[in-house]
Design a protein around this ligand. Sequence first.
Ligand code: PEP
Ligand code: MG
Length: 756
Amino acid sequence: MSGATAGPRLLLRSLRATMAESIGAQERLDKVASLIASNMVAEVCSIYALRTDRALELYATEGLNPDAVHKTTLRVGEGLVGLIAADARPLNLPEARSHPQFAYRPETGEDLYHSFLGVPILRAGRTLGVLVVQNATQRGYAEDEVEALQTTAMVIAEVLASDELTGLSGAGGDLDIRRASHFAGTTLCDGIGLGTVVLHQPRVVVTELIAEDIPTELRRLDAAIASLRLSVDDMLARGDMAAGGAHRDVLEAYRMFANDQGWVRRIKEAVQSGLTAEAAVERVQNQTRARMKRQASDPYLLDRLHDFEDLANRLLRVLMGKPQTDMTAELPENAVLIARTMGAAELLDYDRSNLRGLVLEESAPTSHVSIVARALGLPSVGRAIDVVALAESGDDIIIDGDAGEVHLRPTPEVVHSYGEKVRFRAKRMERYRANRNLPSVSKDGVHVELLMNAGLLVDMEHLEEAGASGIGLFRTELQFMVASSFPKMAEQQALYEQIYDHAKGKPVTFRSIDVGGDKVLPYLRMDVEENPAMGWRAIRLGLDRPGLMRAQIRALLLAAKDNELRLMFPMITEVSELRKARLAVEREIDHVRRHYEVEPPMLQMGAMLEVPSLLFQLDELFEVADFISVGSNDLLQFMTASDRGNTRVAERFDPLGSPYFRALRQVTEAADKAGKSLSLCGDMAGHPLAAMALIGIGFRQISMSPAQIGPVKEMLRALPVQELQDKFAVWLNDSSGAPGLRGLLEDFAKAHQVPY
Ligand code: PEP
Ligand code: MG
């Protein structure tokens, strides 16, 4: 081979020309093999493609017996070719036959050749095939030849990823890249969506591989790395984690990689070998990915691999002048968004009308992006591991939010069965719609108020449609989260007025702004905290920043007019905080009377019970509060010491467990004793079985996302409440533990034909 740069450059030019020719797919692949062989002065060049059945099939060869094409196969891990595919690493052998894994395939006529160089054909972390050159003489291939073959493999990856090879396989199957994939994740929002993949961070496809001028490429690389480091430092300094929903440790990992001399050196070496800066980044990314994937059982390393991928993609985008994500780009109809993680505000930036689903690799049901997805009624699934690496923009996809499943590139059978499922679901929805005006009363006549959670104006259209009796939780912070700067008092007032208009007299419970934790306001400077969920958030922030809280209270007092203002405060930890909040409201009432000459509305002030310490101040709490709403998302996260946004622990403990229900029963008993109103507005209220349990321990008001009201009402109307309540008295006193509260509830529901 002739030198490190001229050879590959010439080869890539001819390859590019071959790609552009209007010839058949097989002919193109044959030509590619022959070009590589002659450029690398090799007698043999063979291209093996990975099929859906994980066999590597010989797709083209120059030098081996042509009759072996589409006949010879090796399994992943079998023979030298299989070994390269399994390890995603090159193999460079002067004498192939002396390697213990050598597997002889007589039909190929391979016995004439001694030396062997094979490289994996990689694309976005996936092995698509193997590219091999062989020579009759015993020779070791030089390092620059290995590099050159890897570069060439990047071009072949694009051919394998295109559609044109469909139907060529000798076995009649398809290539692995088009394999149907199934992901069993967790439900973030119910519903079924059939559509087309849109990657939230589109994969950057590097098309210019070969450098025209190496010093220029090195300068471009230096500038891009400098700009990348600056942007990461900047994100860290601002504590701005809203952008990607990212946490501080992710940013720290970014910073570590961005300053990793080994990484930068390897990219520079790849540029020195003749690649463009972006091709060099991609090459090193492929290699790092392959290396780290071999140690993939370590979850810590996997996380770091994700961080590394994000960073390398950022660098590619800087080099190619592409925005990090473009939420304003036109979406295809039926877009299903795919991302590793996403901030709640980012989701809101997309045009809702074309969105059919959301698939995330991370994120738990009570995270805020999930809450927003539910507010939008967007079928969503979390914990779909590896979906980002496996999906291509434009792929067909089915998202089944009901089952928490995702089908990528579904087979015709799956598409057909989903057609049935969608029709069945539509019938069920029709039934819920028809039931929406039926009273929400149990089989034995107990009335339970089914309220709806909201946070945006768009939610309000569901009020009527879902048949909710009011808004049990209005998360006022969503207005703040979607704004680019602090909403002024007049803007807040305008939103609240619209909410009252849409509510048409139904009760609305506003919650004062609950930011901090994973609810980040990009424009609010906050110190970076080690444990933000337990940090300076919600009422703590409100009491320390009275200006912010006063403006909101005033906006609410002015907006309510003839409506009753129901206002509650989040994260109350000691009753004294609720007293202070009440005082702040009273001061604002005075202010409104004096400066606006407005009589304050009827007022009910409550607290959210979401910090376990309140469980030990119940009597005092009910004296001070007009009403209480249990925020079970936070309450459970703090009772179980498990971060609600951390997918590894968020669902570790079943909320339908006796310890939590014993605590909740104390709350219902205290509310009864005090004669005060009590509701629960966390995620569990919307799951029929959990809602049934809550009713069984005495809750008579529960608030959930609008789509959950239909199923919960159907459950309620079949439920014999008194009988369940009697059972609970026994169940919660039983300390034997078997068979568990969930099992008992399921048995009860089945025995009484209660749909859940
Ligand atoms: C809760 O904590 O249960 C709750 C309803 O509030 P949020 O989910 O907004 O924290
Ligand atoms: Mg909460």
